[in-house]
Design a protein around this ligand. Structure first.
Ligand SMILES: Nc1ncnc2c1ncn2[C@@H]1O[C@H](COP(=O)(O)OP(=O)(O)OP(=O)(O)O)[C@@H](O)[C@H]1O
Ligand SMILES: [Mg+2]
Length: 243
């Protein structure tokens, strides 16, 4: 049986004890499993992801990492691809990706900025996998939104986390790149990484996730195989008839 890497039970999530955003969350992500997280804008997906990363305390209940308290995780165990990416804008693609290796680096490598040959090779590989090898020496602030997203994905890959929390990492990308990134995520999962990924598109999420969870109101529920997405569709704007 595979190990439970993330487990949340009876947890209320949010910023305010008096009014939680999400109630009684029950969620688990096993080793090598990809779990999708969907729901309308503003419902609490990022808040849940950041709570799983230990950045926001849960209001109640228990969150465990590999059976232990979330606080006991070692540096580098959890990788986060934030919705707002968190890249160092004036630095190059290579520098930003290399930063992903630091949580697992030896102290003197971090302090003296002395990346090992292995760290540099992992950086080169990850940049290549996301298709940015021609941009490795380019400053991040001159890249497009989608290219920056790919830098953030490469940075998380170099970290080699046991649990990867990906907040909308498939946004702003063309269909071909989305396919490549999904393949990449599946390969990571096949090699044992557990992934919790926010995707606004539940139909797409079902194609590559083992399970898809949906936030509805204040509840987190599993989206069934034959179930339709309940997120209201965007209004269709029609051109006036006589134009
Ligand atoms: N630091 C904060 N303090 C208080 N409330 C916050 C904070 N950050 C977010 N919120 C509120 O929590 C709610 C959920 O926000 P969150 O960013 O988790 O939504 P989301 O589902 O990720 O939305 P989107 O799909 O637009 O990214 C929103 O109403 C937001 O205003
Ligand atoms: Mg969000």
């Amino acid at each position: 049986m595979s190990e439970q890497i993330l487990s949340i039970s009876s947890a209320d999530i949010g910023f305010n004890d008096a009014e939680s955003l999400i109630e009684s969350v029950e969620l688990s992500v096993d080793e090598g499993e990809i779990v999708g997280l969907t729901g309308r804008s503003g419902i609490g997906k990022t808040t849940l992801i950041r709570t799983c990363a230990g950045l926001i305390p849960n209001l109640s209940g228990i969150i465990r990492f590999a059976g232990e308290s979330l606080d006991s995780k070692t540096c580098g165990d959890i990788g986060l691809i934030p919705q707002r990416l968190g890249l160092i804008q004036h630095q190059t693609v290579g520098y930003n990706v290399l930063m992903g290796a630091l949580p697992r680096a030896k102290w003197y490598q971090s302090v003296f900025s002395l990346p090992s040959a292995e760290m540099r090779e992992a950086t080169r590989k990850a940049v290549e996998v996301v298709g940015l090898q021609d941009k490795i020496l380019t400053s991040v602030n001159s890249l497009s939104g989608g290219q920056q997203r790919r830098v953030a994905i490469a940075r998380a890959m170099v970290q080699n986390p046991r649990l990867l929390l990906a907040d909308e990492c498939l946004g702003e990308l063309d269909a071909e790149t989305v396919k490549d990134i999904i393949n990449l995520l599946r390969n990571l999962a096949d090699s044992g990484t557990s992934i919790l990924i926010v995707d606004h598109n539940p139909v797409r999420a079902k194609t590559f996730c083992n399970r898809v969870m949906q936030l509805r109101g204040k509840r987190l529920v599993e989206l069934g195989d034959d179930e339709q997405d309940t997120t209201p569709a965007l209004p269709v704007l029609r051109r006036p008839e006589n134009e």
